[in-house]
Write a protein that binds this ligand. Structure first.
Ligand code: KIV
Length: 259
């Protein structure tokens, strides 16, 4: 089993779609590692696992705990640590935090949300040997709403400019979140690094979804999510069955006891 490298990821541009999912736990990592090129330990865990209103409350210590578990159970995929809100406010803070994260979790890279305002930080991190993935379009840490981006000319021009500047700053890939199909297509055609879409159409070099979303284990589902199954209802059905078994003294049965 060969470990995925940045070289592998870059070589897939315009050739093979790059498969990415999120993971926050050992068991999820173990499963998705078999099928994904990139696993993202996303700060979406704040909302998905901890019921937070947004990702701004997520602490770096929480992310480190989850990332350690994910990295320990990922043998093949390239694992990316999503830097939480306010942990990369300037290049010095960003480097201090990124270095700590990589040292403690052994993740392969970090991800930063933002456009041209973080170009200096990315260049600094890359110069210092930290691999960085960009994230443009809808930026959950700072966006005032979760609406599709690129609908007006001003927004479209800004996101396109962000894509150009971020792609020239040394990143190995860029996540494009929730933008119009034509904008994602234009960015993917123009920049030299792979684009990873989430709600950004099939015209990206790869796709990413939050694993809990695609498995039906989340509270809310944006339009861009395809739900492959409904684990919430499966869980409920089986928890109910367990409750009935306990109440009727059907569980534990002879199979489940020590004599
Ligand atoms: O936090 C996250 O899960 C992400 C993905 C949605 C790209 O940033």
């Amino acid at each position: 089993m060969k470990k995925i490298t940045i070289k592998n990821i870059l070589s897939k541009k315009n050739k093979t779609p790059i498969v990415c999912l999120t993971a926050y736990s050992a068991i999820t990592a173990k499963i998705v590692d078999k099928y994904c090129d990139i696993i993202l330990v996303g700060d979406s865990l704040g909302m998905v696992l901890y019921g937070m209103k947004n990702t701004r409350e997520v602490k770096i210590e929480t992310m480190i705990l989850h990332a350690k578990a994910v990295k320990m159970f990922s043998r093949r995929s390239f694992v990316v640590f999503d830097m939480p809100y306010k942990t990369y406010t300037n290049k010095i803070t960003a480097y201090k935090n990124a270095k700590k994260v990589i040292k403690l979790t052994k993740c392969d890279a970090i991800k930063l949300e933002g456009g041209k305002e973080i170009v200096g930080t990315i260049k600094y991190l890359v110069k210092k040997g930290i691999p960085v993935m960009g994230h443009i379009g809808l930026l959950p840490q700072t966006s005032s709403n979760f609406k599709v981006k690129g609908k007006n000319t001003l927004q479209e021009k800004k996101i396109f400019k962000d894509a150009l500047e971020i792609s020239n700053s040394g990143v190995f890939a860029i996540v494009i979140e929730c933008v119009l199909e034509k904008l994602a297509k234009k960015i993917t055609k123009t920049i030299s690094v792979p684009t990873i879409g989430i709600g950004a159409s099939r015209y990206c070099d790869g796709q990413i979804l939050v694993t809990e979303d695609m498995l039906g284990l989340s509270e809310k589902y944006p339009k861009f999510v395809k739900r492959y199954t409904n684990l919430s209802s499966l869980m409920e059905k089986n928890v109910k069955k367990y409750m009935q078994d306990v109440k009727m003294r059907k569980f534990p049965s002879a199979k489940n006891i020590y004599r």
